[in-house]
Design a protein around this ligand. Structure first.
Ligand code: ATP
Ligand code: MG
Length: 427
């Protein structure tokens, strides 16, 4: 896939999209003699005509020099050379400015051993991950600074690692080994930008996987979360599976059959994506929702540092997925299954069935649309009714009666009417 990006038009898009406060910060620094540029993701996105996220500024000025030029600054990360400039009210007025820096060796595969200030912009750009993320735009001179040919990659519609060696494969192995998170970033950008990784860059992932193993699980799940939030997560998941990333982070998932899996993740609504992703771990479950499976999937996601809320939802809907393998569900069985999933999650479990292309989705949707009771609390009577109407004493018999009525209603939803239930309770 190759297209020509009209460079003049791309530069105009850059000029037009730099926010006024970012431009003012760059102009003030440039006026004091320090080259200052917008850099990274926002430059890439503006060229592509996508809505840029945060604008990051890089500058030749040292943090002290930056702080000397602006009235209101926050020393956000001085050890990395980052100062936040407050240009107005609210967080949107903040501009992060980072001094050009080079990096020493990475002996721990997470952070450089030391950073060096006083390096030229090209060296700052060289430490970035992908060529498309290593472009800078100088608003004062209206110049694109692109020493690693990121624009050419955008034109060719491909993502390559930045690097000094001239061999894309060697560069990729080097960059990915330095910081193990970069392999996940690489596949994430493949999905986010909907551009494939160049084959040599993708090949560079596998030898770098020992570095990924050293990265904190919080950073790994952050990337996974961002991947699952893209329009088509499969564009990241397929290369992640092919290169061994998935096997590195969730070994059990690496054995699954790809085609149904990735299609299901792509089709799932956002809130069901994590459940769709781990859904195949639920295949061990029997006909009913298996609590052992819920726990197994929950533990796995907990180890990856997903929040309780995220992992409870994902493990419960993922564990309802094996139901799609069974075709002879009766209506009462299906209601019992959705009752096990619980009301707050039932709609997402059904959405996941739909994403999996299962005929159960239509039947589940009908049950939810009719409002069939899925819990004792959804019966047309309460424990108080049993006491006041039938004179039952408070105690365990109340709960037992309600549960018995609920079982009847699961079989026959039409029974869920006040008088009918009171009549049943009497007998
Ligand atoms: P997003 O739209 O997801 O924010 P981004 O490109 O802005 O994408 P950030 O994580 O915000 O990504 O990082 C900003 C820039 O910093 C990147 O474009 C890249 O140049 C550089 N960068 C960030 N993280 C890394 C990393 N782990 N290794 C190398 N370079 C990185
Ligand atoms: Mg960003």
């Amino acid at each position: 896939m190759s297209s020509t990006i009209d460079r003049t038009a791309a530069l105009e898009r850059l000029r037009a999209s730099v926010p006024p406060n970012v431009r003012e910060v760059c102009d003030r620094l440039a006026g004091a003699g320090f080259q200052s540029v917008a850099v990274g993701g926002a430059v890439r996105d503006a060229i592509l005509g996508r809505e840029p996220g945060d604008w990051d500024v890089a500058t030749a000025a040292t943090p002290d020099q930056v702080m000397g030029l602006f009235k209101r600054t926050i020393p956000t990360g001085l050890q990395h050379g980052t100062v936040t400039i407050v240009t107005g009210r609210g967080i949107e007025s903040h501009v992060e400015v980072t001094t050009y820096r080079g990096e020493g060796a990475y002996t721990d595969a997470r952070r450089p051993d030391h950073v060096r200030f006083g390096v030229p912009l090209v060296e700052d750009l060289a430490r970035r991950d992908l060529r498309v993320n290593a472009m800078a735009y100088d608003p004062s001179t209206h110049e694109l600074i692109d020493p690693y040919a990121g624009m050419a990659d955008l034109e060719q519609g491909v993502l390559r690692a930045v690097g000094p060696t001239g061999s894309v494969y060697d560069d990729a192995v080097g960059r990915f080994t330095e910081d193990g998170l970069r392999v996940m970033r690489a596949v994430r950008f493949a999905a986010k930008l909907e551009l494939p990784l160049d084959p040599d860059t993708e090949r560079g992932i596998t030898p770098a996987l020992p570095s990924l193993a050293k990265v904190s699980r919080e950073r790994v799940s952050d990337e996974l979360r961002k991947i699952l939030a893209t329009r088509r997560p499969s564009l990241a998941l397929v290369p992640a599976l092919r290169s061994g990333i998935i096997e590195s982070i969730i070994p059990a998932l690496a054995k699954i059959e790809v085609s149904g899996w990735v299609a299901r993740v792509d089709r799932a609504p956002l809130d069901a994506r994590l459940g769709a992703f781990v859904g195949d771990l639920g295949v061990l479950a029997g006909k009913r929702l298996d609590t052992k499976n819920v726990k197994l999937i929950g533990d796995l996601l907990r180890a990856l540092k997903f929040s309780n809320e995220e992992l409870t939802l994902a493990s419960s809907i993922a564990s309802a997925l094996p139901a799609t393998a069974i075709t002879d569900w009766s209506e009462p069985d299906l209601r019992r299954l959705l009752s096990d999933v619980t009301r707050p999650r039932a709609a997402l479990a059904v959405a996941l069935w739909d994403a999996a292309g299962s005929a159960l989705a239509e039947r589940g949707t009908a049950i939810l649309a009719r409002g069939d009771a899925l819990a004792t609390s959804e019966l047309a009577i309460t424990g108080t009714d049993l006491m006041t109407e039938l004179g039952m004493p408070a105690g365990p018999a109340i709960g037992k009666t309600l549960r018995a009525l609920f079982e009847r209603v699961l079989d026959e939803p039409a029974l869920n009417a006040r008088d009918t239930l009171l009549g049943l309770a009497r007998t």
